[in-house]
Ligand binder design. Structure first.
Ligand code: LLP
Length: 428
């Protein structure tokens, strides 16, 4: 469910015309919908609250990596959402956007000593420890700072899942987390230290997971580990269930609903008496954003092949090049099909000088012409955050819409600003 709909023959973001936005800010541009973010958070919140008997007030900690724009974070923070972070930078963003430290989880396989110290000093809710080596570094840092951070041990459940091998994180050979037996031994070791307090277990097995079966297996493992640890006299009060629930990308696999996902988690944790945390990224942000782009030209070959050349490229939206992912492409002002205007199969490409800069091959699209506007849907998560200035293309601006109002929440840098970022070596 999203709020990008046709009105008077053209797509709008809520009450704002995408054609008008393209005039005002230029293309390409990311456009986000406040109403969609709000709705997605609300659906998950409602589902979690319907199972208070299982876990009290579950924490929804938005995975900041999905879309870390400050205005997006602030929109979610005002709804009461927490943050799952993986770097000092993300912690700083979450704090700056108004997420209280007590709702910030710090995850990641390679937190530096400096980042661990920063997180402890800020008093984040929980640090998810992902390896024995990390605990060995964390304990002396906490001791030096005279603080006792609460930690969770991230388990590698040997259950990988997700929309692509590159985003599967729970498999045995993946770098994330600690196998169950070692994780329990580490929990006991951490509990023996006066400098950290283990409060729970965490897992995150992958992203764009459309089927609940692997998630359920991972949650069951967390449950049995909790019971085993308690039998050993340990206190376990929190389970961090990670993120990973997929979203319906048009043309992609159907996916389990947030309500079914949360109900499954409640069933698995029933009677355990733990606080649950969810770390959704894509679920909240993906369908709350589009990438708006203009057709530069249509290149026709004698063999009938047609390239739709857009002003957006792989540096702006890397998911198709990186994960072969499908994003629906829609005309902002669709023409009536018929007569000369039959739908046509295009190879949709950007201007970058490599073949990887291909968004889709042989995609049937309604009739389009040079100068037309199109959007990539489902681009609110892992879109702008993964963009770069490859080919010295300015970072795409981001726009947030709320009803009839809109704001540029990250401007496109000017070429002067881009060049000024690079001081020339003084011997040149
Ligand atoms: N928690 C942890 C510890 C994570 O590593 C991630 C994502 C999440 C939560 C949020 O997962 P989500 O709910 O968004 O699936 N760039 C890739 C996705 C990478 C996901 C990495 N970790 C893509 O564009 O598909």
């Amino acid at each position: 469910m999203h709020h990008f709909d046709l009105k008077d023959g053209a797509l709008q973001a809520e009450g704002v015309s995408l054609e008008a936005l393209a005039e005002a800010v230029g293309t390409p541009a990311y456009v986000y919908s406040t109403a969609t973010l709000t709705r997605h958070y609300g659906v998950l919140r409602e589902a979690a609250d319907a199972h208070r008997e299982a876990w009290g007030d579950a924490l929804i900690a938005y995975a900041v990596k999905a879309n870390s724009n400050l205005s997006v974070l602030a929109t979610l923070a005002r709804l009461g959402c927490g943050a799952d972070t993986v770097s000092e930078g993300e912690i700083r963003r979450a704090l700056a956007a108004g997420v209280p430290a007590g709702k910030i989880i710090f995850s990641g396989v390679g937190k530096t000593d400096g980042e661990l110290a920063f997180a402890i000093q800020q008093g984040v809710r929980q640090i998810n420890v992902e390896s024995p080596a990390e605990l060995d570094r964390l304990i002396p840092i906490a001791e030096r700072l005279g603080k006792v951070p609460e930690i969770a041990i991230r388990v590698n459940p040997k259950i990988g899942a997700g929309g692509h091998a590159k985003i599967t994180t729970g498999g045995e050979g993946d770098k994330f987390g600690i196998p169950a037996d070692e994780a329990m031994a580490l929990y006991v070791r951490a509990a023996a230290s006066p400098h950290v307090t283990p409060v729970g277990l965490a897992c995150h097995i992958g992203s764009q997971i459309t089927d609940l079966t692997p998630l359920e297996a991972a949650f069951r493992l967390l449950r049995s580990m909790t019971e085993e640890l308690r039998a050993k006299g340990q206190t376990v009060t929190r389970l961090d269930l990670g993120g990973g629930l997929g979203v319906p990308y048009v043309g992609g696999a159907p996916t389990a609903s947030p309500a079914d996902y949360v109900a499954m988690a409640a069933r698995v944790l029933d009677g355990l008496g733990v606080e649950a945390a969810f770390e959704p990224g894509r679920l909240l942000a993906a369908n709350a954003g589009v990438l708006l782009s203009r057709v530069i030209q249509i290149t026709e070959r004698a063999d009938g092949r047609r390239f739709l050349v857009l002003d957006a490229a792989m540096n702006d939206l890397i998911r198709p090049a990186m994960y072969d992912s499908f994003h629906e492409i829609k005309a902002v002002r669709p023409r009536e099909a018929g007569g000369h205007n039959a739908p046509t199969a295009y190879d949709v490409v950007g201007p970058i000088c490599e073949t990887g800069d291909t968004f889709a091959r042989g995609r049937d699209l309604p009739p389009l012409q040079a100068g037309d506007l199109v959007v990539f849907t489902g681009a609110g998560a892992y879109g702008a955050v993964m963009s770069s200035e490859y080919n010295t293309r300015p970072l795409v601006p981001e726009v947030l819409v709320d009803g009839d109002r809109w704001a540029v929440i990250r401007p496109r840098p000017t070429y002067e600003e881009m060049l000024a970022r690079e001081p020339m070596a003084d011997w040149l």
